[in-house]
Write a protein that binds this ligand. Structure first.
Ligand code: NAP
Length: 311
């Protein structure tokens, strides 16, 4: 529990007793985000809201880490005794060789977005995949036994499709601009989960693939700020009412794809849920405590709706 009064905080320490201090002290546990760019990230707002809500003596900071520096940055997690970090573009895939241990699911996906520092031993996890499933669950959608169409074959598409396969999706269709990446993802999915897959490029008959699908996921940046006016990869005529259309983009909150989907009578879901749940699961891995997901979501929405927010 904590109270803050003009920068003065009353926090409970590890021993459960209250102490009064100016926000950060020598005991404060530091967490962070490694990425390039990081300045627009909502993770600091989200994680610091969660730490404060639970009265934890922890802080979360963004660190600008360029690709060439990732090995040094990972070593710094050990040297500086950071509690853990999140990883974003361009590090999620490149970080794997520098870790001491990688959870099986993250290894399948080929991407780590959360590192936990256990006494100098760095363990890698992927919370994007279960975060996506948690956002589907919150939207009342169970993917087991259903067909899904995924647009994109990058890091997010890999996390989403592995999550769907693990949850028992009937079939997964992957369409990507560069077809070889879609083919590779389809082959990896089949090898890991024996799920039927189909892959193609964006000139394929996308609408035909949707006929017996119940979920469409946009895992490309098409429609994301500042290119939010670009034409979506599907228009309302190609969609049908039986679909849940999920856009992993959260800025803007309503992309053109989601507007088209709503006009076609589909249910819609934006990327806020996945963002919040991947963060909540990282928080739980670091602290061992249940994350205040509703408060984290509130903080994210407030930031996204804030004046002049641009990315
Ligand atoms: P990524 O690894 O760079 O992959 C991007 C994918 O989008 C690739 O498959 C790429 O195709 C495709 N693509 C890029 N520009 C395109 C265009 N103009 N037309 C068609 N396809 C295009 O990125 P990512 O990490 O997977 O992120 C993808 C999206 O998911 C982003 O919008 C990101 O903000 C969102 N995301 C959301 C969350 C969340 O928590 N809500 C988490 C992660 C990502 P090629 O392979 O042909 O280049």
């Amino acid at each position: 529990m904590h109270n803050s009064f003009q920068g003065l905080m009353i926090c409970k320490n590890d021993r459960g007793s209250s102490e009064m201090r100016m926000g950060i002290s020598g005991l404060t546990k530091v967490y962070g985000l490694f990425g390039d760019p990081v300045e627009h990230s909502l993770s600091p707002i989200m994680q610091n809201t969660a730490f404060q809500a639970l009265g934890l003596d922890c802080v979360y900071l963004p660190f600008l880490v360029q690709s060439k520096d990732i090995a040094g940055a990972v070593q710094a997690v050990r040297a500086l005794h950071l509690g853990g970090v999140n990883l974003t573009i361009p590090h999620k895939e490149r970080v794997l060789p520098y870790l001491d241990e990688v959870e099986k699911e993250a290894e399948f996906i080929g991407a780590v977005n959360t590192i936990v520092n256990r006494n100098g031993r760095l363990c890698g996890y992927n919370t994007d995949a279960p975060g996506f499933l948690a956002s589907l669950k919150a939207a009342g959608f169970d993917p087991s036994g259903k067909n899904a169409v995924i647009l994109g074959a990058g890091g997010a598409a890999r996390a989403v499709s592995f999550a769907l396969a693990k949850k028992g999706a009937r079939g997964i269709y992957i369409f990507n601009r560069r077809v070889e990446k879609a083919e590779k993802l389809a082959a990896d999915l089949k090898a890991a989960y024996q799920v039927p897959t189909f892959s193609g490029d964006l000139s394929s008959d996308l609408a035909a693939s949707l006929k017996d699908a119940e979920l469409l996921v946009n895992a490309t940046p098409v429609g994301m700020y500042p290119n939010h006016t670009s034409r979506p990869l599907f228009t309302r005529k190609q969609l049908h009412q039986g679909l849940l259309v999920c856009d992993l983009i959260y800025n803007p909150l309503r992309t053109r794809l989601l507007e088209e989907a709503e006009a076609a009578g589909c249910r819609i879901l934006n990327g806020v849920g996945m963002l919040v749940w991947q963060g909540a699961l990282a928080f739980q891995l670091w602290t061992g405590k249940k994350a205040p997901a509703a408060l984290m979501e509130e903080a994210v929405l407030k930031a996204l709706r804030g004046k002049d927010r641009d990315g």
